[in-house]
Design a binder for this molecule. Structure first.
Ligand SMILES: [Zn+2]
Ligand SMILES: [Zn+2]
Length: 686
């Protein structure tokens, strides 16, 4: 329970009266106060620790263990970020974070942004500070440098001074300030940005953070002291509009990152280098997979022949497995009447932020570019002869291209686009079939990931918030069934999963797959979602064994997510070295001289007969140059042919990366390729 101040006061008063009445002794009086205001701090494992009156966050950590406390850098109390110095005076739930936790990193990086701001102010006294949050990886600070400008040449000076400041082990101290005082302070130093920020804050909620000689308007969430920051790097500088508004002043955004160990910074910088090499936009261009044209429009990828062929291979692969799993392909148009999305509810929810309706010139009809395939698939269901329970489940699949408006500044390669193709399917089943259907979909997703070399992934189960049942549509009983179906499915399949309570969509619980790529970065790919809403809105039904009409349950699922995003992630994960079955070219024939052109031709047609994708480099270039170029194109196998090979009917095999497999017959090479393909691309077994 919570002790409210009045409650404490009244107990205190009773105790005091008791003391004066001499009915209890002085010592007893203090004992009474003590026992009455013990506070209980509940830790994430459910254990409860009691403290007298009040306790700082750090002292709770020390109470757990001194060793653990040394690593604690930030905390949350009752869901709110607090400082490690915060005095806790009520019962509540405390979560302590170290550098290993995301929340710890956020506090670490945000705290470093204060150090950077201090140094910027020292080196550029006329600059004006605005905001400096932590981000996914690191932090930034937006600064108005006035007449001055800053470039990467200045980074080292800033970094050096930051480390000097950090070594001072200055504590971060929060301090409350009245709105008037805060405004007076920033007006006196001519910082109109902070003045604007403060004007939008409520008096009584304004706090500053001090460390060393520096102070800054801040809500809080810091590490204990600057000394924990051992390594910093200013990563880049960019322009950013004040408050993200292009009509406002352009500021300079300094991006940085920091670590508790020099070694971690070094590793991070190496990772960044590797990530740059693997950037899917760069690889996509080098491997001639896709491009963008400003004439066609931003965020609308154009697939080049090799990219289109790659996509087709992925689609064929999934179609084949889906067919085995009982899916039926459907095809629906790229636009739909506005009314369709009014029925589905998408118009009300997203209409204002989407591509606006297209209207017909004469009849005044309104159409929308399709933002999702589900409404169309509901109408497919509705317009087929009525289904009975014996016909279900119906599984409609489509590689459906959808269009969603994204602000131009948000677009990024293939991962944030305005037009993309989902490997979509909707399963319509009875509530009793949900369990099996869900498990089958997981099998399919695991098959897809396995065939493409994604081994490191976690599943995220999103359930509804039991405190707010009104937020969700659908019957309680069905929700319980669906949530249990998902949980039992992930347990059954032995998946590494986390449960996020309250993260379900309003229309149903879901399961998302997060994959870690070769560089340890997390991506959200496949998704499986249960939906009670659309069957309702589209009035879908089937005849049950009782001869009555019932509502089917709908499952949305997309193992890839979207073709665009999936290929982007696959490119960055593999660095362009796709599994052999997917490679645009599996082998290249390199002839030592033009004399062996005829034999090269023979090797090529023989490989084609074995359904191996190969090409010949006939150019009269040096072998060294031909090999280098084949390496650049990431072609897995190079087949070098000269006099010996032509005479013996063999090829000399060199693998991408340099491994020499020696001279083997064409037949053996074909076997080698097919064995390797089969080792990753197994048959999907239902
Ligand atoms: Zn701060
Ligand atoms: Zn859907």
């Amino acid at each position: 329970m919570f002790f409210t101040p009045t409650y404490i006061y009244s107990i205190y008063f009773d105790a005091l009266v008791g003391f004066y009445n001499d009915s209890i002794t002085f010592a007893n009086y203090f004992n009474l106060i003590k026992t009455i205001i013990m506070i209980q701090i509940t830790l994430p494992d459910g254990s409860i620790r009691e403290f007298e009156g009040s306790v700082t966050v750090m002292d709770v950590a020390k109470d757990i263990s001194e060793g653990f406390a040394r690593n604690v850098i930030s905390a949350k109390f009752n869901g709110t970020t607090v400082e490690t110095t915060t005095l806790l005076t009520t019962n509540g739930n405390l979560v302590l974070f170290t550098w290993k936790d995301d929340e710890g990193k956020q506090a670490f990086w945000h705290s470093t942004s204060h150090i950077m701001a201090q140094v910027v102010k020292e080196l550029y006294p006329d600059s004006k500070l605005t905001i400096g949050p932590s981000i996914d990886r690191g932090f930034y600070y937006d600064v108005d440098f006035g007449e001055k400008s800053i470039s990467d040449k200045d980074f080292v000076t800033i970094e050096k001074r930051m480390i000097e400041v950090a070594r001072g082990k200055h504590e971060y101290k929060m301090r409350a300030m009245t709105k008037q005082d805060a405004l007076t302070y920033y007006k006196s130093i001519n910082n109109e940005y902070k003045v604007e920020l403060i004007e939008n804050l409520e008096d009584g909620t304004i706090t500053f953070c001090d460390h060393d000689t520096f102070t800054d308007l801040c809500r809080g969430g810091h590490i204990p002291n600057t000394g924990i920051v051992k390594a910093v790097k200013i990563l880049s500088v960019a322009g950013a509009y004040w408050r993200g508004d292009e009509n406002k002043k352009q500021l300079t955004r300094l991006y940085g990152i920091s670590f508790p160990k020099q070694k971690e910074l070094k590793e991070y910088l190496e990772l960044l280098e590797e990530a740059k090499k693997r950037d899917h936009r760069k690889l996509g261009k080098e491997l001639q997979l896709f491009t963008f044209s400003s004439k066609v429009g931003q965020g609308l990828p154009l697939w080049l022949p090799k990219g289109a062929a790659l996509r087709e291979r992925l689609e064929t692969f999934l179609k084949k497995a889906q067919k085995k799993a009982g899916y039926e392909m459907v095809m629906t148009p790229h636009i739909g009447q506005k009314e369709l999305y009014v029925t589905s509810g998408h118009y009300e929810k997203y209409g204002a932020d989407s591509f606006q309706p297209i209207s017909t010139p004469k009849e005044g009809e309104e159409f929308l570019l399709k933002p999702m395939n589900c409404p169309h698939h509901c109408e497919v269901y509705n317009n087929m002869p009525p289904f009975s329970y014996k016909d279900l489940p119906k599984r409609f699949a489509e590689f459906g291209t959808v269009y969603r408006y994204e602000q131009s500044g948000e677009l990024h390669g293939l991962t944030r686009v305005r037009g993309f193709t989902q490997d979509d399917a909707h399963i319509f089943c009875t509530p009793d079939q949900l369990d099996t259907e869900f498990k089958n979909v997981i099998d399919l997703v695991l098959y897809v990931f396995g065939s493409l070399g994604f081994e490191d992934f976690t599943a995220q189960v999103s359930l509804r918030d039991p405190e707010n049942p009104d937020k969700y549509i659908g019957e309680d009983e069905n929700w319980i069934k669906a949530e249990q179906a998902i949980l039992s499915a992930v347990q059954d399949k032995g998946l590494d999963y986390v449960v996020e309570t309250g993260e379900a969509a309003f229309y149903g619980p879901k399961l998302d797959f997060m994959v870690k790529d070769a560089l340890g970065r997390k991506w959200q790919l496949g998704t499986i979602q249960v939906d009670y809403n659309l069957p309702e809105r589209f009035d879908l039904s089937y005849k049950g064994s009782d001869n009555q009409l019932h509502r089917p349950v709908m499952i949305h699922r997309a193992p890839f997510g979207s073709m665009e995003r999936f290929i982007a992630v696959l490119l960055e994960h593999t660095g362009g070295n796709f599994p052999l079955w997917l490679m645009p070219e599996q082998a290249i024939i390199l002839s030592i001289s033009e004399k062996y052109e005829k034999y090269a031709q023979k090797v090529l047609s023989s490989l084609e007969n074995h359904e191996i994708r190969a090409l010949v480099d006939y150019r009269s270039e040096t072998m060294g140059k031909k090999i280098r170029e084949a390496e650049m194109k990431k072609i897995p196998y190079m087949l070098i042919i000269g006099e010996q090979e032509a005479k013996n009917g063999t090829v000399s095999v060199r693998k991408h990366g340099g491994e020499d497999l020696g001279s083997i017959s064409i037949e053996d090479f074909a076997k080698l390729i097919n064995t390797e393909v089969k080792s990753t691309l197994k048959e999907f077994i239902v």
